[in-house]
Design a protein around this ligand. Structure first.
Ligand SMILES: O=C(O)c1ccc(O)c(O)c1
Ligand SMILES: [Mg+2]
Length: 578
């Protein structure tokens, strides 16, 4: 299908927006009026700039507060419209979006609205322009898509149709099934935006928090399927008002918008996601000898070395860590650089990632090395799709058994600008499902966090944003599943007390007030959480080395979370020690 995007969705000046939108492969744009007003180029120049870039101008918008007005206001509104029709002729645009009147002076009379829109459509026809009437969720009288359609039907003019906007429909909780009763040729345009579920005024929600399909909580695929069943054949057009996107790189935002539409099309076409990863194969860290002591204390042993690269394999149970000293050249201290995922179909996973604009990264590989392809996560971490062949490159070390059994989750920190991108990446590319999203206090700011998990919980990723504040530490961590955190804590406390993050007594005073927990937790520095169904979580943090620290976690009774309530305590202690 034809793919378009409103210029308001990306940052920059109008020419910059057009460049970025074209580079991402869109077919057309909606020119948002303010972008044109602020642009020194004439409409003719914008038209030829867009044409040179291969972009059609699919819509000009918005035209506000037109219909259902007193007669004296109507004359002024028609005059205003005439001027816009002339601008559109110069732009080479033939579709104008008219959004429902929000003025307190608008009259709640559908026949009047229809009559005036019919008049407008007649004038538009003289200029070769068509009108797409959209119900804003906060319209004074018309704020439901079916209401806008009733007015359009009543007006009954060939140059008047409706514009459907997923945000306005789904934010009001309207059932999109009613779309299927609208004749497809009367749906002149379809705007797509997702959004997180937020309990707030709908206008603020729309103007600041819209996001691309797949990044929020609305069922965009279901709505789009209804629009297509109605017979709509126009573009899928993204219209996103988002405070973060306005500040981010236009190129990157536009590309992410394209990724969201490709993913949407795939779900409409019934393209199945290749098998989701079955577990973590490894986590790879840049390190030159700093982490060996810490890992040994945690019960890991060096069980292999790469045949041709300066990379060591450290393992315990099914937890495997690679220490790569060459990668250290581009980092100050230890840093997480790659994650290997056990993939039932590595080739299929890489191909699927490519279809979602996450291409295979170029890599050096010796002829005898196992073939292994990686793609880049939004924060730059490499993600490898593995079968078991890669292990042979490290020789066959004896397995090491200890209390650590495997990697439970990996937490990455990345810039705010790519938070929504990350949600779409982990969902679309890796097939993980969104879990909890949180905003956690940090002594110097706020930490936003989103957890994603494979359906069976074997792969869990946490994406953190160091959002604001002075002490900006882009920490990353690897959480290791452990059979018995308390026993391990006893041993570490006795043998390596300096490696454990000290937890304040005040935390335990509060914890013991809330739950009857073993007083030993306080002495060991083990943190605790409990969910609503009686599931329990015991966890423990090491001190930080470079950008990285480790967590030992024990899930009891089906606990699915991450001890998020304890994260502010950890952050405060880490800041104090940093
Ligand atoms: O927020 C607005 O005013 C606005 C304008 C035009 C649109 O298409 C829309 O969905 C919202
Ligand atoms: Mg809209």
């Amino acid at each position: 299908m034809r793919k378009s995007i409103a210029t308001v969705s990306v940052s920059g000046t109008l020419p910059e927006k057009l460049e970025a939108i074209a580079a991402a492969g869109f077919d057309g744009v909606e020119i948002f009026e303010n972008d044109l007003l602020a642009c020194p180029l004439s409409p003719e120049e914008v038209r030829s700039r867009a044409a040179d870039l291969g972009l059609g101008i699919d819509l000009y918008q918005p035209f506000r507060d037109f219909e259902a007005v007193p007669a004296d206001v109507l004359a002024g509104n028609l005059r205003r419209a005439e001027r816009k029709f002339r601008v559109m002729e110069r732009l080479g645009a033939d579709l104008l979006l008219v959004c429902s009147n929000v003025s307190p002076d608008a009259i709640g009379d559908d026949e009047l609205a229809a009559e005036q829109l019919r008049l407008l459509a007649g004038r538009a026809a003289e200029h070769g322009v068509r009108i797409a009437y959209e119900a804003l969720a906060w319209g004074r009288h018309v704020n439901e898509y079916l209401h806008a359609w009733r007015v359009v039907r009543m007006a009954d003019h060939p140059n008047l149709g409706t514009c459907l906007d997923s945000f306005h429909i789904l934010s009001r909780g309207s059932d999109p099934i009613g779309i299927e009763a609208i004749p497809g040729e009367k749906i002149f345009f379809l705007q797509l935006a997702d959004a997180p579920l937020l309990a707030m005024d709908v206008l603020q929600w729309s103007r600041h928090y819209r996001c691309f399909p797949g990044q929020g909580n609305f069922d965009l695929a279901g709505l789009t399927a209804s629009v297509l069943r109605a017979g709509y054949a126009g573009p899928l057009s993204l219209e996103v008002f988002n405070d973060v996107f306005r500040q981010a790189s236009a190129e990157r935002t536009a590309l992410d918008g394209m990724r969201s539409l490709i993913a949407l099309e795939q779900s409409l076409d019934g393209v199945r996601h290749p098998a989701v990863p079955a577990g973590f194969a490894f986590a790879e860290l840049a390190d030159t000898g700093t982490l060996g002591g810490l890992l040994t204390a945690l019960g890991f042993a060096r069980t292999g070395a790469h045949a041709s690269k300066p990379v060591e394999l450290w393992s315990q149970g099914e937890a495997r860590l690679l220490l790569n000293s060459r990668a250290q050249e581009s980092h100050d201290g230890p840093a997480l650089v790659a994650i290997g995922l056990d993939s039932p179909d590595p080739g299929g996973a890489v191909k699927h990632a490519g279809s979602l604009l996450s291409p295979v990264l170029p890599r050096e590989r010796a002829p005898e090395d196992a073939p292994l392809d990686a793609i880049a996560a939004p924060d730059g971490t490499e993600i490898f799709f593995c079968d078991t062949a890669w292990l042979a490159d490290f020789g066959q070390g004896a397995p090491v058994e200890g209390s650590v059994t495997r990697i439970d989750h990996v937490a990455l920190t990345q810039p705010l600008h790519y938070f929504d991108e990350a949600a779409l990446f982990y969902r679309g590319v890796l097939g993980l499902r969104p879990q909890e999203s949180l905003e956690l206090p940090d002594p110097y700011g706020l930490l936003r966090s989103k957890a994603m998990s494979s359906p069976d919980g074997a792969v869990r990723m946490v994406v953190n944003i160091a959002q604001v504040g002075a002490g900006h530490h882009p920490w990353q961590h690897i959480a290791l599943a452990c059979d018995d955190v308390v026993a391990t804590a006893r041993r570490l406390r006795a043998e390596h007390p300096d490696l454990l993050l000290p937890i304040p007594d005040n935390y335990y005073d509060d914890l013991e007030a809330r739950y009857e927990v073993d007083p030993e937790l306080r002495h060991l520095g083990v943190l605790y959480d409990r969910d609503g169904r009686g599931g329990e979580f015991l966890h423990l943090y090491t001190v930080t080395a470079g950008r990285v620290f480790f967590e030992l976690v024990q899930r009891i009774g089906g606990y699915q979370g991450y001890g998020a309530g304890n994260a502010p305590i950890r952050l405060a202690v880490q800041h104090a020690g940093a």
